[in-house]
Design a protein around this ligand. Structure first.
Ligand code: C2E
Ligand code: MG
Ligand code: MG
Ligand code: MG
Length: 291
């Protein structure tokens, strides 16, 4: 009986492995073509300032619309690309799109900033920072409109290299944020080693903040700590007004989440959040407190 249990488990394990490998293989074999044929695009999610009471920025979130598989989630393909060193191509693609869009947005509504996710592993490569900085500089946009969100799907290999890459962005005038704050092992280390302007508290702490006392305490003390260190705080994953109210009470600077708005394609972001052409016909219109 035990042998058959073990056998079943092994079969399950093999299936799972085959599935995972399959997925990675399709991502690796099709990603570059996807990038060239317009399957990859950048969506934008609004960020709402609780201090000024209006939307003053966005986060760029990559999307892959596969002709057969439909939307492929970045949480699926980003880790695979990371593993195969394809992240640089993706990130520079996103950045080129972002500087173009930030310029368009700010011609009608200023200031409208944008955050770009950058994997910590990319910072180990000095050539990447150079290329990225060149894209920002050549675009002519005010670099202060950009925030680099340091994401940690892979461990940092060299702290010094990463710090020197981040310095290039900082010297240019871009802001630096620590994404998914509170998860992973390195967030406090990051705080000490890099001069971040902002922490972005992970949605796992934010979602149930109105009802979960432990989450409340952790978020409140993170906000206090960040402010004491001279940093701003963004809370991600705000899904209802109850969470918003708690965060406002705690002095959180900026919120992001479905309650304000979901990530949308670039044209829709322009319409809804820069030109304020809200769709009044459906359930997609912005809450009326959004300025
Ligand atoms: P992230 O940077 O922490 O982005 C926040 C994620 O939470 C996004 O998922 C967003 O759609 C989702 N989200 C926002 N508000 C809510 C909410 O109220 N409720 C819930 N349940 N979810 C919410 P998404 O777009 O699937 O991206 C997943 C992750 O993929 C990102 O997490 C980021 O780590 C990574 N990613 C996305 N685009 C890029 C990119 O261009 N470069 C890199 N390196 N990573 C990226
Ligand atoms: Mg992010
Ligand atoms: Mg995040
Ligand atoms: Mg996250």
């Amino acid at each position: 009986k035990r042998a058959s249990e073990l056998g079943k488990r092994l079969v399950w394990h093999n299936d799972r492995l085959a599935q995972v490998t399959d997925q990675s293989l399709f991502i690796l074999s099709e990603f570059e073509e996807a990038l060239m044929t317009g399957q990859i695009s950048v969506f934008y999610q609004p960020k709402y300032s609780l201090i000024d009471d209006f939307v003053n920025g966005a986060e760029a979130l990559v999307r892959w619309e596969h002709p057969d598989k439909g939307m492929v989630s970045p949480s699926l393909f980003v880790p695979v690309l990371e593993h195969e060193n394809l992240m640089e191509a993706l990130t520079l693609f996103v950045l080129r799109q972002v500087v173009e869009d930030v310029e368009r947005w700010n011609s009608v509504r200023n200031p409208m900033g944008c955050a770009v996710n950058i994997s910590a592993s990319l910072l180990a490569n000095p050539a990447f920072a150079k290329r990225a900085v060149a894209i920002i500089r050549d675009s002519g946009i005010d670099p202060a409109l950009l925030t680099i969100e340091l994401t940690e799907t892979a461990a940092l290999s060299s702290q010094e290299m990463a710090a020197s890459s981040l310095n290039q962005f900082k010297q240019l005038g871009a802001h630096l944020s620590i994404d998914d704050y509170g998860t992973g092992q390195s967030t406090l280390t990051y705080l000490k080693s890099f001069s971040a302007d902002e922490i972005k508290i992970d949605q796992s702490f934010v979602k149930l903040i109105a009802t979960d006392n432990a989450n409340k305490i952790m978020v409140r003390s993170s906000i206090e700590m960040a402010h004491a260190l001279g940093m701003k705080v963004v809370a991600e994953g705000v899904e209802d007004i109850a969470a918003l109210n708690v965060l406002r009470e705690f002095g959180c600077d900026t919120i992001q989440g479905w309650y304000v708005g979901k990530p949308v394609a670039r044209d829709e972001f322009m319409q809804r959040w820069c030109l304020n052409l809200f769709d009044s016909s459906g359930g997609t219109s912005a809450p009326d407190w959004v300025g």
